[in-house]
Write a protein that binds this ligand. Structure first.
Ligand SMILES: NC(=O)c1ccc[n+]([C@@H]2O[C@H](COP(=O)([O-])OP(=O)(O)OC[C@H]3O[C@@H](n4cnc5c(N)ncnc54)[C@H](O)[C@@H]3O)[C@@H](O)[C@H]2O)c1
Ligand SMILES: O=C(O)[C@H](O)COP(=O)(O)O
Length: 525
């Protein structure tokens, strides 16, 4: 397996990948065209914010399984394109929080006290004091837009500076804000009352140019603005004009709409402090994010579930431990039921009963869909794109959970509706890892879902099981296990056979001719 690192990460991350047996290439500062030329050599790719992982690159990435972002923001990755191709995108959402939080405070203090300019002039031999009278943070209103990890870190540090913190974040509860000593307000309430305003949001279609000319008009004259989140959230042209006319007294900017940025008009203004996207650039943060993202890459390339995926349900490690044994079962249920139906699937339902129902099982449902679609679409489907593919094929998917026991401590029941029939199969885990099929269309069985199998609905009468076994033996196919389920004597029944080798079409046709056999399905799991 080969890993491409296209933006610099801490050496430790590279060493971990190599220790895990991966071939690693560090190829930084490459253009989109250059990356397109070599991306299909790689199974994983690690970026920070410089490399733009475009749809173009993703379309050329025939072997890519995972894109790792050694940091938080994923606005430089075309996540939709990755999802369509079944590529997992993971980030390292926590490793650089402290670094960005402290950088925000550093920027605020730097421009409140004119440190960069005073430093520059003194080094030029000028002892300027009057020009650099600053302002204090104490008793000022700090407006925070986005009270997530960094926003709340900034809030608690600002409280230590005795600032009054007013924040807008529609996804944060009053209670949580109260615990932080923060007053919540609506967006306008924050921008209209802030003496200092700091932004801590992701860049999305919704937040692009969230702060522009209109919003600046509503602000207090003399407000000071900090952006350590993402370029593009503040309209740079509007910011420049407001700084020039003095409506905004100062700005501290770490991130720009077009990076790397070396020629912004903002750089000519004395009341602006800038850094070249240094928010996450501390030794500690870089070590943290490199380790976090590399751990995810190693796990994903081993075929395991990852916890910080942004395009599939993320799973906490303790939950992973619980869900992992069920993954094989649900995938096999998907593969099995898919091979038992003949026509276009319209609707699927997956129901979780018992202990398993108390957890978030979306990743299991996705794995079931992967199993369901695999026999049809082969490698083009994986658990990242399976829900999307199901949707694009017009398959309606529903997931139900009930902690009520249904004869078994845990039971997963899948139903598939086609134009011709509805098929229902239930599976359970016996012990910790033993996957079993325990019901099919209401018949109770106890079959091991593995390898080559024959599913034979038939009439419950003598001279069926014998002839079926005999005919299979005649073709030199060894029967490893047989299970029969029936409801009433003489009614319909079903036979599940585990066999040791492939069953040729000719044999299947001969089996179907045995008197009382209603159908014969050969499935491969
Ligand atoms: N400058 C840097 O080097 C640097 C370093 C780390 C993170 N960042 C950036 O900082 C930003 C915040 O990171 P974080 O780790 O705190 O993320 P986070 O996900 O923990 O917090 C973001 C918060 O924004 C809120 N939010 C989302 N949309 C909103 C909207 N339209 N209005 C109001 N609130 C909204 C969310 O509810 C969430 O609480 C991200 O853009 C990240 O990329 C920059
Ligand atoms: O979103 C982030 O994590 C930061 O903006 C850091 O970006 P960087 O990894 O390019 O420093």
């Amino acid at each position: 397996m080969r890993v491409l690192i296209s933006d610099p990460i801490a050496d430790k991350g590279v060493a971990m990948l190599e220790e895990a047996g991966f071939h690693v290439d560090v190829r930084t500062k490459k253009s989109e065209e250059e990356i397109c030329g070599f991306i299909d050599e790689y199974h994983a790719m690690i970026v920070r914010s410089q490399t733009k992982v475009t749809r173009n690159i993703i379309e050329k990435a025939r072997n890519l399984k995972i894109i790792g972002r050694a940091g938080v923001g994923i606005d430089n990755i075309d996540v939709d394109a990755a999802t369509e191709k079944g590529i997992v995108v993971v980030n390292a959402p926590e490793g650089n929080t402290i670094a960005a939080t402290e950088h925000t405070l550093a920027m605020m203090l730097a421009f409140a006290r004119n440190i960069p300019k005073a430093n520059e002039l003194l080094k030029q031999g000028l002892w300027e004091r009057k020009k650099f009278t600053g302002v204090e943070l104490r008793n000022k209103v700090l407006g925070i837009i986005g009270l997530g990890k960094i926003g709340s870190g900034v809030a608690s540090r600002a409280r230590a500076f005795e600032m009054n913190v007013l924040a807008y974040d529609p996804y944060i509860s009053e209670e949580r804000a109260k615990q932080m000593g923060v007053e919540l307000s609506d967006f306008n309430g924050v921008i209209e009352n802030a003496d200092f305003l700091t932004i801590h949001l992701p860049l999305t279609e919704e937040t692009y140019h969230l702060i522009g000319g209109e919003q600046i008009k509503k602000m207090k004259p003399g407000v000071k603005i900090v952006n350590v989140a993402r370029g593009g959230i503040i309209d740079e042209q509007a910011l420049y004009e407001a700084l020039k006319e003095g409506k905004i007294a100062g700005a501290a900017v770490d991130v720009f709409e077009n990076e790397p940025e070396t020629k912004s008009p903002l750089f000519d203004l004395e009341n602006v402090v800038v850094t070249p996207h240094l928010g996450a650039s501390t030794e500690e943060a870089q070590l943290n994010v490199a380790i976090d993202v590399v751990e995810e890459i190693i796990q994903a390339l081993k075929g395991e579930l990852v916890k910080n995926a942004v395009n599939i349900p993320s799973i906490k490690p303790e939950l992973q431990h619980i869900l992992n044994p069920y993954r094989e079962l649900v995938e096999k249920l998907g593969k099995l039921i898919s091979q038992l139906v003949d026509s276009h699937i319209k609707k699927v339902e997956i129901k979780y009963n018992g202990d398993i129902a108390q957890y978030n099982v979306t990743s299991l449902t996705n794995t079931f869909l992967k199993g369901l679609l695999r026999p049809i679409l082969k490698d083009a489907v994986n658990y990242v794109n399976a829900p999307l593919i199901a949707q694009s094929r017009g398959i309606s998917v529903s997931e139900n959970k009930s902690v009520e026991l249904d004869d078994y401590a845990n039971l997963i029941t899948v139903s598939v509706e086609t134009e011709k029939c509805t098929k229902t199969i239930s599976g359970s885990l016996f012990g910790k890892h033993d996957a079993r099929i325990v019901r099919i269309d209401g018949f109770t069985v106890d079959a091991v879902p593995q390898g080559h199998m024959l599913v034979v609905p038939h009439i419950d009468k003598p001279k069926i099981i014998g002839p079926v076994g005999h005919l299979i033996g005649q073709h030199d196919i060894n029967i490893a296990g047989m299970q029969v389920g029936r409801k009433n004597i003489g009614g319909r029944a079903v036979m599940f056979l585990n066999v040791d080798s492939e069953v040729p079409v000719k044999t299947i046709k001969e089996l179907a001719k045995i008197d009382g056999v209603l159908d014969v399905k050969y499935v491969r799991l």
